[in-house]
Design a binder for this molecule. Structure first.
Ligand code: ZN
Length: 277
């Protein structure tokens, strides 16, 4: 999309196709070809056009964003929901921005640090979600929106436990996964709460999740709008094999790890000076 007219067209085409919401890739990703996570992919004005038109059509807007600049533009443009929120700087490393976190909290933006493989945060790691830091700044934490890219869907409950391990109270994790999560996708008052008038969307488990989130792994029944959902039984997620960290030995043209490629380009350039004139 290379113009505001093209952006409006995309939003309207999705509306005509019957989508419930709009999602935008506001920065590059760690797994997308020919992108870099620290690069913002739209101007603030372009994002504003997208968000305003989606809101006009009654849709919430979510965004994928790793890079701090892209996160800042989304906040300025009026985004509803940001996933990843890793605060990746131009050097490819995560550096939390407390002032930006305060703005996210003040504006009531939903944030989803959704990469369960990388809790608790690892120092100098490139894509550690900052959910616990954002929580301490008062942001509205939700769970799970972008899951599936790196980890299988069966990793979802592991992600909830990692959120607790990173410092969120257990009750806060459960709210993030239910009533607040519903609000984040425009379904406040519709689902996510066990009360008369809400959709009968239920997860029945053995045990009390408020006593231990492990109870969420012992599922008895899933009910969607009052009907039992016949589940496909997925293999239990194994954290030990969840994820291989980016290799430091990738070549210059490697596409799987943009940060390693950036570092290698800089090292090569530093080692091979050339005359400026
Ligand atoms: Zn994403």
């Amino acid at each position: 999309m290379d113009s505001v007219a093209a952006i409006r067209r995309q939003v309207r085409d999705h509306h005509k196709a019957g989508t419930d919401g709009i999602k935008v890739m506001a920065t590059g990703g760690f797994m997308s070809h020919a992108t870099a996570p620290w690069n913002a992919q739209f101007t603030t004005e372009e994002l504003r056009v997208l968000i305003d038109d989606a809101h006009r059509l009654g849709k919430h807007v979510a965004a994928h964003a790793h890079g701090t600049e892209g996160i800042r533009r989304l906040v300025d443009a009026g985004i509803d929901y940001i996933t990843h929120v890793t605060f990746v700087g131009p050097d490819g490393l995560t550096q939390f921005d407390p002032e930006l976190a305060d703005q996210i909290a003040e504006k009531g933006i939903f944030v989803d640090g959704c990469a369960p493989g990388s809790y608790p945060p690892v120092p100098n790691e490139t894509f550690t979600p900052r959910a616990a830091d954002l929580y301490r700044h008062g942001a509205r934490i939700v769970t799970g929106h972008d899951i599936g890219a790196v980890c299988p869907p069966s990793a979802y409950t592991f992600g909830l436990k990692q959120l607790e391990a990173s410092g969120l109270p257990r009750a806060e994790v459960l709210i993030a996964a239910t009533s607040r999560g519903a609000g984040a996708v425009g379904l406040a008052g519709v689902t996510g709460v066990l009360a008369a008038g809400y959709a009968a969307d239920l997860l029945v488990v053995n045990g009390d999740p408020l006593a231990s989130l492990d109870a969420l792994d012992d599922v008895v029944e899933v009910v969607i709008e009052g009907r039992t959902f016949e589940r496909e039984w997925l293999p239990r997620f194994d954290p030990a094999v969840r994820f291989s960290p980016p290799s430091a030995e990738v070549g210059l043209l490697a596409r799987r790890d943009p940060r390693a490629a950036l570092m290698e380009r800089r090292q090569r350039a530093a080692a091979h000076p050339y005359p400026r004139t």
